[in-house]
Design a protein around this ligand. Structure first.
Ligand SMILES: Nc1ncnc2c1ncn2[C@@H]1O[C@H](COP(=O)(O)OP(=O)(O)OP(=O)(O)O)[C@@H](O)[C@H]1O
Ligand SMILES: [Mg+2]
Length: 228
């Protein structure tokens, strides 16, 4: 069974008098552990798709199944628990809590879940991401690359099965961006985490096992079914 599936997803936003059709019938599935890049022009619906697949936003119609379970059949509370335990999110703007140190940010999803942190696993993440010497700094005292590494550690703190990343290297210089991308690829392979990554950058997309291209709210190309 695929880890994540969606069928006939549509999303329409009301924008004044007019309606914006951000997604127009998306059907796609993802296997456990795969690395899939999502490309497409600005406004083609990439972020909207990622948010709906990750249960951050409701579709106008259509379904999302996580391990065969209908994501939107859960109530808000059940959905946020599932998101916190099974999904990790990494955004272009890092989205760290500015008042908390790097270490507190990393532990946040575990503490919100009222669980005792698995110190060994968290230390392993910190070492893997090379942020051990920045743990007690606030995000404002970290470089962009360091903030994104902290955000990746936070996204992985609860051992998610899917990592959603929306332009995770979009604010980073080329070299730092490549380092962050190789870390994402490495953790996804080492931990068997499914990685769904939105990017404008063809060089980045080409490192994925699979490329999906969106155009005007539809999948115009899927390397999985259409060949490379
Ligand atoms: N909250 C919203 N309200 C109204 N329209 C929205 C909203 N969010 C997205 N849209 C519209 O939906 C369409 C798809 O937006 P989306 O953010 O998914 O595109 P994108 O492919 O991620 O673009 P980009 O590459 O610029 O990030 C766009 O036309 C956008 O203006
Ligand atoms: Mg976007």
């Amino acid at each position: 069974m695929p880890i994540l599936q969606c069928s006939n997803l549509s999303k329409t936003y009301a924008s004044g008098e007019t309606a914006v059709h951000a997604l127009r019938g998306i059907t796609v599935s993802f296997e456990q552990g795969e690395f899939c890049a999502v490309r497409g022009p600005s406004g083609s619906g990439k972020s909207t798709l990622l948010h709906i697949l990750g249960g951050l936003e409701y579709p106008t119609s259509g379904k999302v199944y996580y391990q065969g379970e209908d994501l939107f059949a859960y109530n808000d509370n059940q959905l946020s628990i599932l998101r916190r335990r099974r999904f990790g999110f990494v955004f272009q703007a890092y989205n760290l809590v500015q008042e908390l140190t790097a270490y507190e940010n990393i532990l946040l999803p575990v503490l919100l879940d009222k669980r005792k942190p698995d110190e060994k696993y968290i230390s392993m993440l910190i070492e893997l991401l090379g942020i051990g010497d920045r743990l007690h700094h606030l995000p404002s005292a970290l470089s962009g690359g360091q903030q994104q590494r902290v955000a990746i550690a936070r996204a992985l703190a609860n051992r998610p099965s899917i990592l959603f990343a929306d332009e995770p290297t979009g604010n980073l210089d080329g070299k730092t961006g490549r380092e962050v991308l190789s870390l994402l690829k490495y953790v996804s392979k080492e931990m068997g985490v499914t990685l769904i990554l939105v990017t404008h950058d063809l060089n980045i997309a080409e490192q994925a096992e699979r490329i999906l291209t969106l155009e005007d709210g539809r999948i115009s190309y899927d390397s999985c079914t259409q060949g490379v």
